[in-house]
Write a protein that binds this ligand. Sequence first.
Ligand code: GTP
Ligand code: SPV
Ligand code: MN
Length: 586
Amino acid sequence: MTKNQSVLSWLEEQKNLVQPDRVVWIDGSQEQLEALRAEACETGEMIKLNQEKLPGCYLHRTAVNDVARVEHRTFICSEKEEDAGPTNNWMEPAKAYKMLYDIARGSYRGRTMYVIPYSMGPVGSPFAKYGIEVTDSIYVVLNMAIMTRIGKDVLEALGDSADWVRGLHCKCDIDEEKRYICHFPQDNTIISVNSGYGGNVLLGKKCFALRIASHLGRKEGWMAEHMLILGIENPQGEVKYIAAAFPSACGKTNLAMLIPPEVYRKKGYKAWCVGDDIAWMRIGEDGRLWAVNPENGFFGVAPGTNMKSNPNALISTMKDSIFTNVVHNLDDNTVWWEGLDDNPPKNALNWKGEKWDYTDGSKGAHPNSRFTSPAKNCPCISPEFDSGKGVPIDAIVFGGRRAKTAPLVYQSLDWNHGVFVGSIMASETTAAATGAVGVVRRDPMAMLPFCGYHMADYWAHWLEMGEKLGDKAPKIFNVNWFRLDDNGKFIWPGFGENLRVLEWIINRCEGKADAVEAPIGYLPKPDDINLEGFDFSVDALESILEVDRDLWLQEIKDIEEFYKKFGNKVPAELKKQLEILKAKLS
Ligand code: GTP
Ligand code: SPV
Ligand code: MN
């Protein structure tokens, strides 16, 4: 399919290493994908679902030991350990290559090598970057075909360039003791072994579009971020774009597809989804920050997705989608998960494929079960989704899951203070990665598991981008939808109602909304948030806008500990911001 020498010689090396029985190039045609779906159903790798109710939809179950990203087995193999920084696992490249090659050697025997040329970003756009993933998993091929732009067009656009990301994935034996997700930024290379779970094996996503791309962005003067992108259209038809970074399973897909509350819809407000997980951002000719979503589909959390919380996501899953680790309803050959509706199926298999009795209190779907759906299925997909030039960003929003501490919303004083606000983000951990759930950890810019280089250098890069953007820089905010009351219940109803907070954010960007200056930044007064047509008390709103000084003084200690990890690499500007905050609080 190509004469590109760098591609051909790399493939020859991989072939010699993994020794497949066959090599199949993925050309992007529907016929080829359809044949692969049929083959995967024959082997049991996938289950074809009810084609009347869910046309083009399939179910897949991963191994029980392989259900989420494995952060403790994810490595940045830069030449110098210092370049990976204290928040990444590091392995010496030569040692890592040897270890990985020993694991991968001969692992495709009796299997097929699939070669997937893919593009992150619309093919041919100035944002686009190309990759080739080699895999022995049809599930990976079919997911990549939804999540990225694949096939012949990509090779044509690449031409004879050697500027592309090399990705090798080997299922091996799904042995968790030998599972490694390794990145070699200096070689544009990713190697993933012994996993079959999305975030570990769909190499275009977190591995390329964040870890490798963040490194490229620093070198080339742009940004790769764990951010959704959404457009809010006002009744005059003007669209403002917001990019928001929340950690995994903290509400990006939901915010990206929000449905405006009825009072807003009646006035003519609309919301448009550009992306739900990743944003690549560059300074445009006009000096503003422009963003594209490099992906072509959604790999969304299934539990909690329903016709009320996120109808746009649910509708997106109703055709041409792959479900992973959800409940299989045997009565009508459809799928189910916790929070879909109040009718768990009576005759069903749980995510492990075992007979499931919902009355015994066990969960049917894995908490990190997912759907993979084409972006074009989404009813609110932005008309700009495929635009190679991207959308101009007015506001950047950081956020996380905090039971107390962080208020519903606040605005940073300026770009540099906003970078500080991003750097001190913390959130309760979720099921999206293996390990404990619900533990508060610092997760700067929601990039802790995804920054491909030293986190302090990443902060310095943010500060530099701000200098280049000058007064055209987006305004930076922080939100928290997850404050709890004394009974452990969410106080803020969230989802569509979050538009009320976004409205304040957009108005602040236009100088049209009021705020008070608090030690942590600008806070809305309760009556600055529009509560029209909304059964939510001013008292409750006051309670979630509150900034508790003692909690924040506690927070400062934790931030100081965190900053210490980075030693003298922490940009002086951020240390200064921390001192200012401390002084203001005490
Ligand atoms: P990744 O795909 O892992 O990056 O996750 P994400 O950030 O896209 O998170 P997603 O939107 O899938 O939401 C994860 C969980 O948070 C789901 O269970 C949602 O129901 C819940 N959630 C999302 N938005 C809100 C909100 O505004 N309020 C509350 N209380 N829960 C929310
Ligand atoms: C996340 O964990 O942030 C995800 C899912 O978006 S994964 O592709 O597994 O990274
Ligand atoms: Mn994510």
